[in-house]
Design a protein around this ligand. Sequence first.
Ligand code: GLN
Length: 201
Amino acid sequence: MIKIGVLGFQGRVYEHIYMLKILAKKYKIPVEAVIVKKKDRLEGLNGIIIPGGESTTISVLARKFGVLDELKKLIEDGLPVMGTCAGTIFLAKKVSDRVVGEVKQETLSSMNIEVVRNYFGRQRESFEIDLDIQNIGRKFRAIFIRSPAITRYWGRTRVLAKLNGVIVAAEEDNKLAFVFHPELTNDLRVHKYFIESFVAR
Ligand code: GLN
């Protein structure tokens, strides 16, 4: 059994659980999805997803409930992780905000990326667009909701997709990051890629 946790403090938690369930059924992959809100729930995981939502809230609660340090350590030790939107912000080593500039929010500081929160601005706060994503495929319907952008990367990070020259998906070793919401579509390709190429490899 492949056990995938979804960090469950806040955000689009159930949508990821649902995607994993459909994936398991459709491709007959033995995936079990669990919601993680406590440290002991991190035990025995084969991978974890950090959902979109509000990155400051996720960070504050992960600290409060004692999950942050343990999760950071597990990722350092190689636990496969996928972040979507706020989840990507929470993975980043450097974070700023498009409007207020410097922010003092705590992150896992796991991935060699810099992100700018709310990058796409007011008028385009939320939009959908078809993207070609390397390793995943063409015309993936990407839903952006007050999404960040990846503005800088270093180390072993590789870019997977860009929108008008702006990085919107990247990967680095055991880490996979999207600034949009693949869990809000019914396209399973992103989750399938995570399970097949990161978790079950
Ligand atoms: N703007 C949110 C944040 O900064 C992210 C939005 C999202 O996850 N949909 O945390």
